[in-house]
Design a protein around this ligand. Structure first.
Ligand code: ADP
Ligand code: MG
Length: 241
């Protein structure tokens, strides 16, 4: 497989993707022809109004859902050609997810939550190292109920990156957080991107987050309205929302 850190070679090449939900009078055209490259190692922010198709695109990129038409190339593979078993392997080996709600196991410590993943991954990070990367060394023996929302989200990030995915797909990761804890989550995502070279794709309503991205994708009505490549990036601490 190509080197995911090679920015000149897009890790993902999305070509003419459409997604239609339902049929007849209840048909929804969630994606109306999306074409897009995601180069290796970038931090990408996806902005757009509610209902514009952002989560649908993220779910298709991550192999949680399938396009109605079009292709999603991940290096030399096309997700459209994969059967369900291949798609499961793709998800398991190459992508991580972070959602608005953390979905941690309440009866396991932070460390044990991460170990759940590292026990079944092929070449995992050390669980304590994954937690260190998101700034939680001091808290790794705490249970979720003993952690703030932002800390729980950072455990979820550590869990998602512990298998060293090529891409981390984050759907409104700061949606339930205040600005201080949200910024700590963005810092963790920036550290993951910079230290591991993971592609980090963040869907957010906080438009200022775009200032920390390499690439900003504006979505409207199931299509890409424009893509901006930032010349300079801000650190998470400089983001004001
Ligand atoms: P966003 O994440 O930008 O808010 P979504 O991708 O969730 O947008 O949704 C895009 C459109 O597709 C919306 O009109 C939404 O109601 C519709 N949609 C999303 N998921 C489904 C589904 N599973 N079944 C039917 N319609 C859906
Ligand atoms: Mg959404």
């Amino acid at each position: 497989m190509a080197n995911p850190l090679d920015k000149s070679n897009p890790a993902f090449h999305v070509e003419g993707v459409t997604k239609v939900y339902g049929s007849g009078a209840s048909t929804v055209h969630a994606l109306r022809g999306v074409t897009l490259d995601l180069p290796g190692g970038e931090l990408v922010v996806l902005l757009g109004a509610s209902g514009s198709g952002k989560s649908t695109l993220l779910n298709i990129l991550g192999g949680l859902d399938r396009a109605t038409e079009g292709h999603v190339h991940f290096f030399d593979s096309d997700l459209a050609d994969m059967d369900d078993h291949d798609l499961t392997l793709y998800r398991r080996q190459h992508v991580g997810f972070v959602f608005q709600f953390y979905n941690l196991m309440p009866s396991l410590t932070a460390l044990e939550n991460v170990e759940l993943v590292t026990e079944i991954a092929e070449n995992p990070l050390d669980p304590a190292e994954a937690l260190a990367l998101v700034g939680l060394t001091e808290r790794m023996h705490h249970f979720p109920a003993q952690l703030s929302g932002g800390e729980q989200q950072r455990v979820a990030i550590a869990r998602a990156i512990a298998k060293r995915p090529t891409a981390l797909f984050c759907d409104e990761p700061t949606g339930a957080l205040d600005s201080v804890t949200g910024r700590a989550v963005l810092r963790a995502l920036q550290d993951v991107n910079e230290n591991l070279g993971t592609i980090v794709l963040i869907i957010t309503h906080a438009a200022a987050t775009a200032e920390m991205a390499d690439r900003v994708i504006h979505f409207a009505d199931g299509k890409i309205r424009d893509v901006v490549v930032n010349k300079t990036k801000k650190s998470a601490e400089e983001i004001i929302w």
